[in-house]
Design a protein around this ligand. Structure first.
Ligand SMILES: Cc1cc2nc3c(=O)[nH]c(=O)nc-3n(C[C@H](O)[C@H](O)[C@H](O)COP(=O)(O)OP(=O)(O)OC[C@H]3O[C@@H](n4cnc5c(N)ncnc54)[C@H](O)[C@@H]3O)c2cc1C
Length: 407
């Protein structure tokens, strides 16, 4: 089968369509093919990016991170030990393939494993490089209109829409501006070419990575965060991966209370201990100027920026790099807004879907990633969340098939 939209612009009657070709979309496709035995030809992944996992590659490369935050059992293949096996002979704990603690894989190893996986399953060949602009459930199928005007009718749809195309812009940040950038802007390529003074905004792991990268490249860094450095190895307690916390979460019927549990459980704006130590060391040596507070305003001053912090300290910098994460609003924009109205789909007060334990928002529409949060809890957005979503969706496929056989 050949890849690209031009091969099959008007395809009809597909079994499964996954909207979103990021970490979640790729893992769900892997599970459907490998675990649920779906023929690859019965599945498509629609995503406007030129290659699958594009936003993952862009965001992780930008930060300059060398290793993942998550352990080696969190990857996109099925068997939890697949990444360890893939590392094979390269596995040398002193050589950086895995980093302590928790055997976190290097980004290079993780990406190379992803490439091997997508190639092995032929996922590039089922990638349709368009955006889904509308998604309308009918009695026995879902009609999905694509940005090239074509339409796909699928018997099942998975919404695997991430938040990584909605970087969070603080209110005070001028936008667009040639010297103010968000590091997760699609296509971000605004690193200083010569030595500069850079203000990094943010208090989490991305701000830490960006600051350390700028230091390594010889720039002077101001780091402004609304809170002191917060140290957590993971962005939520590992107890959320098992019954320790999820039992109570699943017992809670009220989606608004579930949202509060998620908010409390997330270590937003935190970084692992080794990174916090490196940042503190750089602050101690005067290589990073640390400011706890908020930016009050920014003005152009000749070729530089005059920045005023809320404690009134004035700063003059050449560039501002925002490492302020992603907007918390529900992903999917108008397509999801329209789907909610047209199919009368239930949402909590936070705007996020209320789904069943199989992650079905509608009998034919499943969700993964942020959209599955009120069912999977705080790990939902991560690689571990993709794996949990895969478990639920595969179980639903199996029981649907069993129901058909016994009927
Ligand atoms: C720098 C960084 C490091 C991280 N490190 C880790 C880590 O170590 N461990 C971990 O578990 N998690 C980590 N995460 C968190 C999480 O795993 C990643 O953000 C992951 O990329 C999320 O995947 P996703 O598929 O949900 O979203 P995305 O990567 O955003 O992919 C969603 C895709 O959907 C597409 N899309 C959106 N709307 C449409 C539409 N209408 N039609 C078609 N396609 C559409 C988008 O183009 C995009 O390609 C990290 C995140 C970042 C930013």
């Amino acid at each position: 089968m050949r890849s690209s939209e031009s091969a099959e612009p008007r395809r009809r009657d597909l079994d499964w369509l996954i909207i979103g070709g990021g970490v979640h979309g790729v893992h769900i496709a892997t599970r459907l093919i490998t675990d649920a035995g779906l023929p690859t030809g019965d599945l498509r992944i629609v995503d406007p990016s030129p290659r699958l996992l594009e936003r993952w590659h862009d965001c992780t490369t930008t930060t300059g991170m060398s290793h993942l935050r998550s352990p080696s059992v969190h990857h996109l293949d099925v068997d939890p030990l697949a990444l360890q096996r893939f590392a094979g002979k390269r596995k040398d704990r002193t050589g950086g393939v895995f980093a302590a603690p928790f055997e976190r894989p290097s980004l290079e190893l993780f990406n190379s494993h992803c490439n091997t996986l997508t190639h092995r399953l032929g996922l590039e060949n089922i990638h349709i490089r368009h955006k889904a602009i509308s998604c309308r459930p009918r009695p026995d199928r879902v009609s999905v209109e694509l940005s090239d005007g074509s339409r796909i009718d699928a018997r099942h749809v998975v919404l695997a829409l991430g938040v990584s195309d909605q970087p969070a812009w603080p209110m005070w940040a001028p936008h667009p501006h040639p010297r103010v950038h968000h590091v997760f802007e699609p296509g971000f390529d605004s690193w200083p070419a010569s030595t500069e003074t850079v203000l990094v905004v943010g208090g989490g792991i991305s701000a830490g990575h960006v600051s350390l990268r700028l230091l390594a490249e010889g720039h002077h860094v101001h780091l402004v965060s609304r809170h002191p450095l917060r140290e957590h190895q993971f962005d939520s307690d590992p107890g959320w991966l098992g019954p320790k916390y999820t039992t109570d979460f699943h017992r809670e019927p009220d989606p608004d209370r579930r949202r509060s549990m998620i908010t409390r459980a997330r270590h937003r704006g935190s970084m692992p201990t080794d990174m916090a130590r490196a940042i503190r060391r750089a602050i101690g040596r005067g290589r990073i100027d640390w400011h706890e507070g908020e930016v009050a305003d920014v003005r152009d001053q000749d070729d530089r920026l005059a920045v005023r912090l809320d404690d009134e300290s004035p700063l003059e910098v050449d560039r501002i790099l925002l490492a302020t994460g992603f907007a918390t609003r529900r992903p999917g924009g108008e397509m999801v807004d329209d789907l909610i109205v047209s199919a009368s789909l239930p949402c909590a007060r936070c705007g996020y879907p209320i789904v069943d334990p199989s992650l079905r928002w509608h009998p034919l529409v499943y969700v993964s990633g942020p959209l599955a949060e009120l069912e999977l809890g705080p790990v939902s957005r991560n690689i571990a969340g993709a794996r949990r979503a895969g478990d639920r969706i595969v179980a639903a496929v199996r029981s649907e098939r069993a129901g058909k056989v016994s009927a």
